[in-house]
Design a protein around this ligand. Structure first.
Ligand code: WTA
Length: 656
């Protein structure tokens, strides 16, 4: 267990600016002031079952629940027990039945400039056809389907098609390597991969199918690979394996466009999403049907204050939880219009995002702090060329936002008239946990502020005593919570519920409560690093490095990074007599590209003759962080050999 990041603590501890929501925003908002927020919050805590039942009643159910929350097998909580429902039905059919079929669901923008508008009826038809293709290929309820696609409409379509027939999707972000695909496919025993021949990224075509071929070469569980053609005008080398591989566009033409939605049990598995933890093996986070449905719906509705004429845009990739909840499920259940963009923010130039906002008259914009810091660096001129006056609400997610970036976002993008919702949550929580209510909560730069309805955060010591600065914990279950780690119920209990004897959920973040009761997130307290909002376990890199024959040991840590939020530094000890040179460095980087993906490349690889260890042999990462951040070393009295850190320190400085 590491300590809270001193640099983050420092950057936010003096921040005391406060911004009330603009009156014009509040007057029309769903939650129009702190009194309204508090009243609803108190109701949600006093009688959570009544609160969540009321929210659920806004959605469609084939069969109502017998019981809202069943805690009899805690921490395996069950929500809306006995009900039957379908997420794809609530995202699509419900809107068509209620007369919103012609409304645009998705304005899609391809990176090269091609576009497609899909109404709710169009999306419904495409989802039904895709679902029928899956059925034709023998997919049954409960089968796991891996999806490795770029941000094209077929990504949302195939996710919803799985939900429609009760297949469990496992979306793998299209930046992951072949080895990562293999590990996820094997762990979930997926029977199919849906991929594309390629996908555009900064003008180049990524050859996705080739990566999939390599990834699933040794996966006997895979019987079919369904391939969407993205490279129509940019042919991609895409060898098709007879009997296993199928072109999506060919099969889609052979099926019916009606596919009834399967009646799913409340706790039927909806999806798996692999995320990083403290060990080398990513965890298959399990989300089930009814609870996630209600939580994604309600958080979207309130946190984005969704109104019928909004045009919403979330820049995340559907490969991460943000895209699952706040592109697909939460947003579509609310029946609003959204923008979906395939590519990079700086293609063809650094004004692309602002161009999209102007073109589609976007009203709500949700992005990551790392992107905001990149925009700041590129310069205000890219923003100033565009009319962003339609924006009324801004959001951030994925990592702590530094006050400077928050202020820039507020002034340059929001023209000081848009509230900013800094939303803290996780793959595991399914949806927003701490966030301002945009029409109510006065915001502070860099602060996630207060809990969403039904969420009870506390800040604890390791021993479980309440404090003002310490480890964040969540009291009581909530509907969007993860239901387990696929195939490993014990790891689920150990990771999230054991820390304080099963009394609280342990998210892994440090936090501080200020004089207004606002909660400031201070970064992870475990060995998880947030690089550009991508969650990476340091142990994942370490286990890749030690596979190299010349490497004896390695320790990877996170350090502050101007744009990425955090970057990775790897300390690698090499077996005696082996060369510690550029060649080895290159080989190690190539191993990370192959083992995880390019986005996990370390900023720096430092070779060292030894690592600082306690007498019992445990690596003291805290000292490595002190070295990497140029701080005075903390307590070194427990070190087996104090000279190791002195040596490392001077070596680190010499190489800088
Ligand atoms: C971090 C992303 C500070 C946090 C939705 C959390 C944040 C991890 C914020 C989850 C925020 C996310 N402020 N930190 N607004 N949002 N985090 O699972 O450390 O990819 O535990 O989910 O991101 O990352 P994940």
């Amino acid at each position: 267990m590491s300590t809270i990041s001193p640099s983050l603590m420092e950057s936010v501890s003096h921040e005391n600016r406060k911004f009330a929501p603009p009156a014009v925003f509040s007057s029309a908002a769903r939650v129009n002031g702190m009194e309204a927020y508090r009243a609803l919050y108190e109701r949600s805590i006093a009688d959570p079952e009544a609160f969540w039942a009321e929210a659920a009643s806004e959605l469609h159910w084939f069969q109502p629940w017998e019981c809202v929350l069943d805690s009899s097998e805690a921490p395996f909580f069950k929500w809306f027990r006995g009900s039957r429902t379908n997420l794809s039905y609530n995202c699509l059919d419900r809107h068509i039945e209620e007369g919103r079929g012609d409304k645009v669901a998705i304005h899609w923008e391809g990176e090269p400039g091609d576009t497609l508008d899909l109404s709710y009826s169009d999306l419904h038809r495409e989802v039904c056809r895709c679902a029928n293709v899956l059925k034709k290929l023998g997919v049954k309820k409960g089968d796991r389907i891996a999806i490795y696609l770029p941000m094209i409409p077929e990504l949302a379509i195939s996710v919803l098609a799985c939900a429609r027939i009760g297949a469990v999707h496992s979306v793998i972000f299209a930046g992951f390597s072949a080895d990562s695909i293999r590990d996820r496919v094997l762990d979930s025993e997926a029977r199919m991969v849906i991929t594309g021949d390629g996908g555009y990224r900064r003008g180049k075509m990524l050859e996705l199918k080739k990566i999939v071929d390599e990834g699933v070469a040794s996966c006997d569980c895979i019987s079919d690979v369904l391939v969407v053609r993205r490279g129509e005008s940019h042919p991609v080398d895409c060898p098709m394996q007879e009997g296993r591989d199928h072109w999506y566009h060919e099969l889609i033409g052979q099926v019916d466009d009606i596919c009834p939605a399967e009646e799913m049990d409340a706790e039927d598995l909806l999806f798996l999403l692999y995320t990083s933890g403290t060990t080398g093996k990513p965890k298959g986070i399990m989300h089930t049907t009814a609870g996630y449905q209600v939580f994604s719906y309600l958080t979207s509705k309130y946190v984005f204050d969704l109104q019928p004429d909004d045009v919403y845009w979330c820049t995340a990739d559907v490969g991460w939880i943000t895209g699952h909840t706040y592109i697909v499920y939460g947003i579509l259940q609310n029946g609003v219009t959204q923008v979906m963009y395939e590519g990079a923010p700086n293609h063809p130039d650094e004004g692309r995002f602002w161009d999209i906002i102007e073109k589609h008259k976007v009203t709500i914009f949700y992005t990551a702090p790392t992107a905001i810091r990149a925009f700041m660096k590129w310069g205000d001129q890219w923003v100033e060329k565009h009319d962003l006056s339609t924006l009324r609400l801004l959001g951030t997610v994925g990592e702590p936002i530094n006050p400077e970036a928050w202020m820039w976002y507020h002034k340059k993008i929001g023209s000081e008239k848009c509230p900013i919702v800094d939303t803290w949550w996780q793959t595991e929580t399914g949806g927003h946990m701490l966030t301002p209510m945009p029409g109510a909560t006065p915001t502070k730069p860099g602060c996630a502020t207060l809990p969403f309805f039904g969420i009870e955060p506390v800040i604890l010591t390791e021993e479980g005593d309440e404090v003002d600065a310490g480890i964040l914990a969540i009291k009581k279950p909530w509907p969007g919570m993860l239901r387990g780690i696929y195939g490993d119920p014990q790891r689920f209990k150990d990771t999230y519920w054991c820390k304080w004897g099963g009394k609280y959920y342990f998210p892994g973040d440090g936090a501080r409560r200020d004089e207004d009761g606002y909660i400031w997130i201070l970064g992870r307290v475990d060995d998880v690093v947030n690089v550009s909002g991508h969650r990476i376990g340091t142990a994942e890199l370490e286990s890749v490095f030690v596979e190299h024959k010349d490497v004896a040991e390695s320790a990877v840590i996170g350090i502050p990074h101007e744009i990425k939020g955090q970057g990775l530094v790897a300390f690698v000890t090499v077996i005696d007599g082996c060369a510690q040179d550029e060649h080895l460095r290159k080989e190690l980087v190539a191993m990370i590209d192959k083992g995880i993906g390019k986005f996990a490349r370390p900023e720096r690889i430092v070779f060292s003759s030894d690592l600082p260890k306690t007498r019992s042999g445990k690596i003291m990462r805290r000292l490595l962080r002190d070295i990497a951040e140029g701080r005075e070393l903390g307590n070194t009295t427990t070190l087996a050999d104090p000279s190791v850190v002195e040596h490392l320190q001077s070596q680190f400085q010499d190489e800088t």
